[in-house]
Design a protein. Structure first.
Length: 183
């Protein structure tokens, strides 16, 4: 689809916690694959209630813009609170999940794994990574949240759970996304 974001992808919204349908065009008769819950997207344009969104991988679609959840304009600042999460464990878990998926894809392509077995092997794998220079957004599937990092620390960026602990000075407000999609 045209209008996809380039290398400067900056999420402006997240998909609501239940996910949402998407369309190839602002036309209900042209559905495409649904969007995953809490997926970061960039608003590219609007046409009435329709929103044209782009994803980090360059894919673009149309959605009901009323369901998108806006995220803070600026991510948490680099000098966030001490004790914020070290990004390396989450990066390692993402690398393990990606390696498991790639292994299953290789076996499927080689014919040594049937489609149903592929589905079983990949069921439950969830990875989300957006890298833009020193900025990174990582999906933490164990906590159902997106984390923002600057290479040194991670802080919660968007979640569908209550945020605990002191976010401290220098942290942009975390968007708590309720089940009905309202902040």
């Amino acid at each position: 689809m045209s209008g996809a974001p380039g290398p400067g992808f900056r999420p402006t919204h997240v998909v609501p916690p239940r996910g949402m349908p998407a369309w190839e065009a602002p036309d209900p008769a042209r559905p495409t694959v649904p969007l995953d819950p809490l997926l970061p997207v960039q608003l590219l344009g609007r046409r009435g209630d329709w929103a044209h969104i782009g994803c980090a991988n360059g894919w673009a679609a149309w959605v009901d813009g009323r369901g998108l959840v806006a995220v803070p304009e600026d991510p948490p600042v680099a000098d966030g609170p001490p004790g914020a999460a070290d990004p390396r464990p989450l990066l390692a878990r993402a690398a393990e999940a990606l390696a498991a998926y790639r292994s299953a894809v290789d076996e499927l392509a080689a014919g040594s794994l049937a489609g149903e077995d592929f589905a079983d092997r990949t069921r439950g794998l969830r990875i989300g990574i957006v890298v833009d220079g020193e900025a990174v957004w990582l999906y933490d599937p164990e906590e159902s949240r997106w984390m923002y990092g600057d290479g040194r620390r991670l802080t919660t960026y968007a979640t569908d759970r209550a945020v605990t602990g002191d976010t401290g000075p220098g942290h942009a407000p975390t968007r708590l996304v309720t089940p009905d999609g309202e902040p």
